[in-house]
Write a new protein. Structure first.
Length: 166
């Protein structure tokens, strides 16, 4: 069954928090060390909605299978049309094409909301799938940052990818 991609609501945030907690606790896909609680996710959702940026979920069989959103790349006004994307899938939903559907809809909605450039910041160690997903969506490598984050007693780098929406 094809997942439904839709705007996130407050009712989705417990599932969103659970998905992200999995990656915070057990992977280097995020440099976050403590998973935000549902209240923090509610603040993020409200802030992104207020700013007009999309926060989407992929729902399959009545369950949130993943989520994605864009938010400001930098706070200065000159960067207003540049956003950073975030996308995470429930581990059981990986490898099924859900990420590609979610990212495609996110990019369409980001364009409609006024984004011109999208930046993806992808951690090195365990994010091969994320690199493949973004490259298939037309992102190109814009640079690398070496040893900029430390997690699980390792120094980690990031790859910066960029996609123009014009």
């Amino acid at each position: 069954m094809t997942p439904v991609i839709r705007a996130a609501t407050g009712a989705d945030l417990e599932a969103v928090a659970g998905i992200y907690c999995h990656y915070v606790a057990g992977s280097t896909a995020t440099f976050e060390l403590t998973a935000p609680d549902t209240a923090a996710w509610a603040n993020k959702l409200a802030g992104l909605q207020e700013a007009g940026w999309p926060f989407l979920v992929a729902e399959q069989d009545g369950q949130v299978a993943g989520y994605a959103y864009v938010g400001p790349w930098r706070p200065r006004p000159a960067y207003a049309a540049t956003v950073e994307d975030t996308i995470y899938l429930d581990p059981a939903a990986t490898g099924k094409g859900i990420g590609a559907l979610l990212l495609a809809e996110l990019l369409d909605q980001a364009r409609e909301a006024g984004a011109r450039e999208v930046i993806a910041v992808i951690a090195d160690a365990e994010s091969t799938a994320s690199l493949v997903l973004h490259r298939r969506a037309g992102f190109t490598e814009a640079g690398r940052l070496e040893r900029v984050g430390r997690k699980f007693d390792r120094w980690l780098g990031t790859t910066l990818l960029q996609k123009s929406l014009n």
